[in-house]
Design a protein around this ligand. Structure first.
Ligand SMILES: Cc1cc2nc3c(=O)[nH]c(=O)nc-3n(C[C@H](O)[C@H](O)[C@H](O)COP(=O)(O)OP(=O)(O)OC[C@H]3O[C@@H](n4cnc5c(N)ncnc54)[C@H](O)[C@@H]3O)c2cc1C
Length: 351
């Protein structure tokens, strides 16, 4: 294990803002992770675990302690050849998420195809229970193998212990900072049909007479994501982001009624579709766009993507403070217009 000093973090994130890590180590093996955690503990250094850096805003002052970049690789499967049978994938936390999805699809295994094209590492996905187009990783996660920093031992957390909810798990709520995820175990279904719940898919496949395959569904997802700047494409300035910057607000009946009345008084209707209806979830993109922040909005070097109202982007040379300034401005505008406080989705590091 090599510990480096003063390593710039911005290039290791998709938003590309922020300062340096005082100490930094890239770790490929479980024993190295333990060793690095011990290094931090004995020196009383604050620890931050970095995956693919796709859900982060790093402060301009950087991180004063040790950043551990988890680079544990390897995808293994336990399988039988019969169709419709579960296949267990054990995937290293450092594996690129989309590489794993690609491999699952090549092996004709269903369950993660709608999550194609999401940036970041496999180890990052349980943290906020990554989801898109009607699937969430918690649908297929069997267990998570992690280093428990509190007990100083490696544990395997079965899915129910992970406390998965919408964009949440124990890893980003009650037990934040306790676990370093080492591997994630998924249960996929060989020969399973792709999940095509979303209207975007129905539109995409409207002309087709036969149901699309997993591979075609994966391509459709990547294509739809590309059109929204939600796929990392070199040269596309709209993807210098951390993905969606705000969560869809989940409102109480009373809050929802208030919002609907405000909308009605302006001759507007709150968009509604099944995924939102279930919990009185409201489209954050809709409220942002109806609070005076349209796609392409710019505030100095920070801005909103031209393709997606929820993606705050680095327009070139932005600092973390520029991104945070724009976030504050949007939160304030939305609160004024709709009485809703939007909750940011990315993790703020070193603030
Ligand atoms: C263009 C774009 C599109 C996106 N689209 C989506 C989307 O559709 N749906 C969605 O849910 N998200 C989306 N995201 C957000 C992001 O890709 C996911 O949250 C991703 O899973 C983050 O993984 P990461 O490895 O990059 O984590 P990082 O950004 O490096 O870290 C995020 C958090 O996870 C923790 N973490 C990371 N790895 C580990 C580990 N091994 N052990 C313990 N903690 C860890 C970090 O400490 C931090 O708290 C998008 C982002 C971008 C830039």
């Amino acid at each position: 294990m090599t510990i480096q000093e003063n390593v710039p973090l911005a290039p290791l994130t998709t938003l590309q803002v922020g300062g340096a890590a005082r100490y930094f180590a890239e770790l490929r093996r479980e024993d190295e992770v333990r060793e690095a955690a011990q290094f931090a503990k004995t020196r009383d250094l604050p620890l931050f675990v970095l995956g693919g850096g796709s859900n982060l805003v790093v402060a301009d002052s950087g991180w004063p302690g040790l950043v551990l970049r988890i680079a544990i690789g390897g995808i293994t499967t336990q399988t039988t050849d019969a169709p419709g049978i579960a296949v267990l994938f054990s995937v290293g936390a450092g594996v690129n998420w989309d590489d794993f999805v690609a491999q699952a699809v090549v092996q004709n295994c269903a369950g993660v195809e709608c999550l194609s094209g999401i940036p970041g590492s496999v180890g990052g996905t349980p943290v906020q229970n990554v989801g898109a187009y009607g699937q969430e990783v918690s649908d297929t996660i069997e267990s998570v193998r992690a280093l428990d920093l509190k007990e100083d031992r490696i544990v395997v957390l079965p899915k129910p212990a992970c406390g998965f909810r919408y964009r949440a798990s124990i890893f980003n709520t009650t037990e934040r900072g306790r676990y370093i995820i080492l591997r994630v175990n998924f249960r996929l279904k060989r020969g399973g049909a792709p999940s095509l719940k979303y209207a975007d898919f129905q539109k995409y496949f409207a002309e087709r007479k036969t149901p699309p395959s997993l591979a075609e569904t994966r391509e459709a997802v990547r294509e739809i994501r590309r059109s929204k700047g939600m796929l990392l494409v070199p040269g596309d300035d709209d993807c210098l982001s951390a993905g969606s910057f705000f969560k869809n607000p989940v409102l109480s009946e009373e809050q929802f009624k208030d919002l609907a009345e405000r909308a009605e008084s302006r001759g507007l209707e709150i968009p509604s579709y099944p995924a939102l209806d279930a919990q009185r979830k409201v489209s954050a993109a809709w409220v942002v766009e109806h609070s005076g922040f349209s796609k392409g909005y710019a505030m100095g070097p920070a801005g909103i993507s031209h393709k997606h109202a929820l993606a705050l982007i680095n327009r070139g040379d932005a600092k973390a403070s520029d991104i945070v300034g724009l976030k504050d401005e949007i939160q304030h505008g939305v609160q004024e217009a709709w009485g809703i406080l939007l909750e940011p989705e990315p993790v703020f590091v070193g603030f």
